[in-house]
Every structure is written in C-alpha cells, then in structure tokens.
Design a protein around this ligand. Structure first.
Ligand code: ZN
Ligand code: ZN
Length: 236
C-alpha cells in the first residue's frame, strides 16, 4: 500500500528454507529509500527474524547485507497469536515441517485465506497424528482460499515420511472435511514436469471439482478472485 511517497508493505515469511528466501535479496523495492517494509517471521531456535535474514545475507552468500538495503526495513519475530492490522488480522499455527514453520491465516472481514506451502499432514493412528489433523481442520475451517503443500501423492509419500510435505489426497480430504471453499494445491515436486502436473490436475478436476467452489494445482500467472478483494500483502 502506498504511503504517499513510496510503498509501505508487509511481508510474512513462513520459514527460512532456501526455496522461500531465494528472491529476498533481489526484491527491487528493498533498494528504494522511499519504501518501507515490515517483515514477519516465526523464531527459529534462539534466532529471530532479523538474525535469520542477516545470516542469509551475510557476506559469504551475498554482497549486499541487510543494513545496506535502502528501504526502511523492520524485522518482527512473531508468535502464533493474531495480530490486528486494522483492515485485516494475521495469525498462524505451527506446521508439520522440518524447521519451525508457520501456516498463516489472514482474515479480512468475512474473508479468510490460509497459506501453507510447507506442511506435512501425517497419516497414521498415533495420538499426535490425530491431534495435528484435528487442529489443522479447525484452523482452516471454512477458509475462502486454502493454498496448501501437495508435493507428493499417497504412493510417493510412503517413502518420504518426515520430510515435511504432504500427499495431495490427504490435503483434499481434510480440506473437504473443513468446508474449505477454494483449494489451491501448491509447492509441487520439482522433479515433476508440466505433463505430470497436468495429469494430476485432470484427475483432481474429474474426482473433486464438485466438492469445492474451486480446486486446482496452482500454476504461474493463475488468478483466483474473491469478493471482497484482499488488501495487498505478500506471503512466502
Ligand atoms: Zn521448507
Ligand atoms: Zn518450501
């Protein structure tokens, strides 16, 4: 959102794995002194948002350090509790992943968007599995859009338990149970090409299109409209 001079934005980072931070040092608005940003991230061990990003941009990895960015940047380490930004609120629950990772929920009026790029929905009979699935269903209940990790299918998942990613069949199952309206399956396996993903999407359309207002594997350039529109922010 504009503050009259430059841009004034908020960026919510789920966790600092490379695939989520790769673009951070190259984001041009960070190099304009007219702009200001607030960056939010959960803690990782005893490190907060500032220390994590500073480590990512230390001289070993990149010639520009955090303090050389020209925009006014403030790093904020967050806990899961809701933060009220006036026109919208943001909260998170802890994901099932290999490092502390947020599943963000943005609520703007009656509209709810949940973003879970890295989350393992475990399968099994254990109490921890049951509790996590229950907490997840409650957290995403009625979401207007759920964007969720679907890196594997059930067959592939069997050999990748504990890797921190989900089988798409489990995501669809829990999303349906939670009355999610629009489901966008994201974080595709980098080893799968477009033909494979198109095949999965075709199967999903055939079997599950009637269960949701929208369901698809996300692809570049895709736009899903909701009403009322959501205020600008970035989730990575
Ligand atoms: Zn990750
Ligand atoms: Zn990831």
């Amino acid at each position: 959102m504009s503050n009259g001079k430059g841009y004034n934005g908020r960026v919510f980072i789920t966790h600092p794995h490379w695939d989520h931070l790769q673009g951070f040092p190259f984001f041009k608005p960070f190099y304009d002194s007219e702009n200001s940003f607030r960056i939010y991230m959960p803690p990782n061990g005893d490190m907060g948002c500032q220390e994590i990003l500073q480590g990512h941009m230390s001289k070993t990895f990149f010639p520009v350090s955090m303090d050389m960015l020209e925009a006014d940047i403030n790093c904020i380490t967050t806990d899961p509790d809701p933060i009220d930004f006036g026109t919208y609120q943001v909260e998170y629950m802890w994901a099932g992943h290999t490092v502390p990772t947020a599943i963000y929920k943005l609520t703007a009026g009656e509209t709810t968007i949940v973003y879970a790029p890295d989350n393992e929905i475990m399968i099994g009979d254990g109490e921890d599995v049951y509790d996590f699935r229950k907490e997840f269903v409650e957290f995403v209940e009625g979401a207007d859009i759920l964007m969720h990790d679907s890196q594997y299918n059930r067959e592939e998942y069997k050999d990748r338990i504990g890797w921190g990613h989900s089988a798409w069949e489990e995501v669809v199952k829990l999303a349906e149970k939670a009355n999610v309206k629009r489901l966008c399956l994201i974080h595709h396996d980098p080893d799968k090409d477009d033909d494979i993903l198109d095949g999965v999407n075709a199967k999903i359309q055939k079997d599950f299109a009637s269960k949701f207002e929208h369901i698809s594997l996300a692809k570049e350039g895709q736009v899903i409209s909701i009403d009322p529109p959501c205020p600008f922010l970035a989730l990575v």
